[in-house]
Design a protein. Sequence first.
Length: 256
Amino acid sequence: MKRFDTRIIFGLLLILGGSLALAQTMGFLENVTSYFWGAVFVIAGLAFLFVLFGDSNNWWAAFPCFTLLALGTLILLPESLEDIGGGIFLGGIALSFWYVYFTDRDGRWWAIIPGGVLTALSLLVFGSTYFEEYSGAIVLGGIGLTFFVLYLTNPSERWWALIPFGVLSTIATITVVAEKVGEFQTAGVFFLGLAITFLLVALLAKMTWAYWPAAILAVMGIFGLASLLDFANYVWAIALILAGVFILFRYFTSRG
C-alpha cells in the first residue's frame, strides 16, 4: 500500500488559504484569513504535541508545539483580549522550557532560567494591563524568584543563585517604595535588601564569610531608614564622633 504523502495536506491547505484570502479581498468574507491561519498554527502545534508525547526522547518538540499553539491562540483572540495576547504568546514559549525541565530535572536544570524569565515577562504583560504601576516589580520579582527555584533544585551546588534572587527582589521592592520615600530611605531599603541576601547565603548555604557583608550592609541600611525619624541627624553625628574617637584611641594605644 502506498504511503500517504504529507505534501498533499500542505498543498490543500495552501489552496484553501489562498481561496479564502481571495474571497476576503473580493469582499465575500471578513477576517476569515485570520481564523484560517490561527487554526493552521493550532493544528500544527497539536501535530508536534503528538510527536512530543509519542517518544520521551522527542523533548525538543515542546518548543514548536507550545509556541505554535500559543501563536494560533494569539491570532484567534477576539479584539477585547488583544491586550493580553503578548502574555499568552510569551507564556506559551515559557511553557516549552518548563516542560523540558520537568521531564528531566537533573539533566535539563538550565531550562529553569529561560522558563522563569519568559514567565516573568508574560506576567508583566498581564500585570501591566491591570497593575501598571507594579509592572517593574512583577518582572524583576519574577526573574528573582526564578533564581530561587534554581537554588532549590540543588542547594549545595547552586547556592550562588541566592545572590541574584536577593538582588533582583530588592530592586523589585525599590520600584514600589521609591516614590513613597526619599532617595536616602530608598538607599536604606536597598542596603537592607542586600544584607538579607547575604544573611540567606550565610544561613542556608553555610557560608560564614557572608555574615560580614550582611552586617555591614545592615548597618548602612538601618542608618538610611533612620533618616525617616527626627533624631536621624543626631544618630549620624554621634556615629561620626564615636568613629573618630575609636580611630584616635587605636592610634595612641598602638604607639604605647
